[in-house]
Ligand binder design. Structure first.
Ligand code: TRP
Length: 366
């Protein structure tokens, strides 16, 4: 049997999605969708996972489900081609998580780098970490394997989750026989896209740092943010040589600019390498580079804003899309669960052989 190509990925609904999500993952998803080289593609809203570390703010998660759905639809994910669903609506995922919990040790979870940093970041001392949060890598393994996903396009920070998923798959298959499919991670191919810094030059875009450019920002908000972006603090006068390292404007150009943009907006330069060389030599002001970046970002984001505006007019239709997707996803997960229960031999009522054999045993015939 030829292995199917099943693509799956998701996001926590803790806020609107920003351009870091876009270059890190969303743009790739739309590309994959358009290439159409897959048997099935799932993109989902990980609300249950978001609850694991928003215990005190469930309303935030609830309100952001539709925001993320709008972001998905406005970047061009097409519900006719991709199954869009809400994690919490797939009850099978919790059942699968419960079985996987037997296959993972506490020390293995403690060694998961993502869990480790998050424990430190949030200052959960020793034992005070919520169990649901601690075990979310296991539930993520359920998200992936319930759909037999073979390809998981995510950011670099998710690497430990995929590794842990593969371990669970191998362990399950070792104990119960070949049942689950091992997924492969798909990372962005460009370093700038792997982790887009915030507009302030800080390592990560994060809502609490107010350094995000959101997909839903207006043209005016975008302009304000780009014009006040962090560049090179040593590049004071135009004629000073500029540095590219840590220069957020150039990192964004790495992530967003294409040769056509130069032809269209700045034909004085053949491409990004020439622009960079001039900047490093000195004689090129930050404002000019920012204006160029703004044009590129505006061109990229305008169609997204337009589509968002349309979908915002009909929120019931957005929920309908999610409901239909969730029904579809649930059917797929239910099939996997049937397979899992059979492999684990806990499908007692369908197991006529077990029942007959035990009857013999009790009759003293075995
Ligand atoms: N952990 C992912 C994030 O924080 C969201 C997520 C949950 C996910 N389950 C997943 C991503 C399964 C890919 C596959 O963004």
């Amino acid at each position: 049997m030829e292995k199917k190509r099943i693509i799956l990925t998701g996001d926590r609904p803790t806020g609107r999605l920003h351009i870091g999500h876009y270059v890190g993952s969303l743009r790739r998803r739309v590309q994959l969708q358009e290439e159409g080289n897959y048997d099935k593609m799932y993109v989902f809203i990980a609300d249950a996972q978001a609850l694991t570390d928003n215990v005190d703010n469930p309303e935030k998660v609830r309100q952001n489900v539709v925001e993320v759905a709008l972001d998905y639809l406005s970047v061009g994910l097409d519900p006719d081609k991709v199954c869009l669903f809400i994690q919490s609506q797939i009850a099978e995922l919790t059942e699968l998580t419960f079985y996987y919990m037997d296959l993972v040790t506490v020390s293995r979870l403690q060694r998961n780098p993502t869990v480790k940093t998050e424990i430190q970041m949030r200052g959960f001392g020793g034992e005070s970490i919520p169990v649901g949060f601690f075990t979310y890598p296991i539930s993520q393994a359920a998200d992936i394997t319930a759909f037999d996903a073979t390809i998981v396009p995510v950011g670099e920070d998710q690497k430990p989750m995929i590794e842990q998923t593969c371990e669970i798959v191998r362990r399950f298959n070792h104990i119960y026989g070949d049942t689950l499919v091992e997924p492969q991670i798909m990372l962005p191919d460009n370093a700038a896209c792997l982790r887009l810094p915030g507009t302030d030059g800080k390592a990560k875009m994060s809502k609490s740092l107010c350094n995000c450019i959101y997909l839903s920002d207006t043209a005016a908000e975008l302009k304000k943010k780009v014009m006040s972006m962090y560049t090179d603090p040593e590049h004071i006068h135009v004629e000073d040589p500029g540095h590219l390292e840590g220069n957020t404007v150039f990192t964004y150009l790495d992530a967003f600019s294409r040769p056509e943009h130069f032809a269209q907006y700045w034909p004085e330069y053949a491409g990004l390498d020439e622009l960079k060389a001039h900047y490093q030599r000195g004689g090129l002001g930050d404002m000019k580079v920012k204006k160029f970046l703004l044009k590129i970002l505006d061109e990229t984001l305008e169609p997204i804003r337009q589509r968002r505006k349309e979908f915002e007019q009909d929120i019931p239709a957005v929920y309908d899309i999610l409901r239909r997707g969730s029904e579809q996803a649930r059917e797929a997960a239910a099939q996997t669960l049937d397979r899992v229960r059979k492999a684990m031999k806990i499908n007692y009522f369908d197991d006529a052989e077990l029942i007959a054999q035990q009857q013999k045993l009790f009759n003293g015939q075995a």
